[in-house]
Design a protein around this ligand. Sequence first.
Ligand SMILES: Cc1cc2nc3c(=O)[nH]c(=O)nc-3n(C[C@H](O)[C@H](O)[C@H](O)COP(=O)(O)OP(=O)(O)OC[C@H]3O[C@@H](n4cnc5c(N)ncnc54)[C@H](O)[C@@H]3O)c2cc1C
Length: 424
Amino acid sequence: MAVQSPCELNRGLFWFRHDLRLHDNPALRSLADKVSTLSCIFIIDPAWFETNGYGLKAMGSHRYNFLMQSLADLDKHLRQKGQQLQILWGQPRDVIKELVHTHDIDAMGVTPHCGEYEQADETWLHEKYAHLSLFAAQSTTLYNQNALPFALDNMPSVYTPFRKKVENSISVEPAVSAPATLPDLYHLESHYSLPTLHAQARPLGGELAGIDHLNQYFSSDRPATYKETRNTMDKWNDSTRFSPWLANGALSARRVFAEVEQYEASVKENTSTYWIKFELLWREFFHWQAKFHRSAWFSFGGIQQSLPDTHHDPDTFKQWCQGETGYDIVDACMRQLNLTGYMSNRGRQLVASCFVHELAQDWRYGAAYFEQQLIDFDVASNWGNWLYLAGVGSDPRGHRQFNLESQADRYDADGQFRQTWLQR
Ligand SMILES: Cc1cc2nc3c(=O)[nH]c(=O)nc-3n(C[C@H](O)[C@H](O)[C@H](O)COP(=O)(O)OP(=O)(O)OC[C@H]3O[C@@H](n4cnc5c(N)ncnc54)[C@H](O)[C@@H]3O)c2cc1C
């Protein structure tokens, strides 16, 4: 694609997807530097609310609420720079086609993402609009693809060798700052206005709340004890709780990583601070794996292409979803998920293990239920962890079954967690 001189291009269109922020958004910055007028859009796809092949919706109410808060916050930040977020409703490609056709767009910007549909849309943009300038800088992951010390088709299929290779040979990309100014607003006919929302206690969606939370976390002594506390079931600050903002991109993983390093340099560096980076590298691993495996990521046999000995039983599935399996620890976790849209990492492992091993259910239904419910749903981390627990992903051990009783004794020794959520 030809490199243009400043403002050689007239009308730019930036498509926000999973990058709902102004900080560390190099695709937005590079488009904004080159166009004289700009439209920033977000597309709500009606398919998110239709019943899918699992009898569920891709977007449940907790996630939708969190998304709306994030969009409202993004709109506020854009308005401070003379811009605004224009929200459109429809099948994304139809919406883009209509916009390009009606408004004489010269350039587009989008942040690449590992999701199957997202990748397909990027390829479609490149092919269909080869005559336009496309600005597509990466920022969802810690590293850029061209810096990885392996080609994706040759990527280590197991986490530890992946981690060692990247840790030993490349550095995390620095986060870029928010653009100081943005081009003039080019107004489109918006199909949708943001609903008025009642703020919930926490977490509150959006870049401002995400950065606030990040700052509070690193002003506390929590990072220095993360490794010891991260496995608790319910306490807000025992793990970082960055995932909801990371998932829709209100917070950049590169920014989080930089904050850990800053804390290490100025406050304390220990195994706990390293472990936050270690967990962020799990996210990274799943992102590159998802990008490479595409549709196999969602298939019953997974990336191993070995068929698990499980099936789908609608009644058992319903009991699990509603927190009525009879396994107290699992039921408490599922009720927490249904009421809040969040569950701890330990909880997720236990309910997924129970679903696959005790209940012998088709893992994809569990993953789809998480997709509907979780405010931090992330296609790579969710489906990647489910693949792993179902024994068809990237786990070298192949079979992860937790002893639910001993796990409950260990992580909810006084029964407080179960008592709290089983009553609700
Ligand atoms: C079955 C299952 C489904 C999951 N679905 C999701 C999902 O949809 N979205 C999601 O962000 N995470 C998912 N996870 C991973 C993990 O449970 C959450 O990232 C974590 O609980 C979020 O809380 P936190 O931000 O306090 O995590 P912390 O423990 O503070 O970790 C810091 C960050 O590291 C990353 N991280 C931590 N653990 C993992 C992991 N196992 N895999 C990938 N990244 C990780 C997250 O970005 C997290 O925010 C899933 C795990 C399981 C077992």
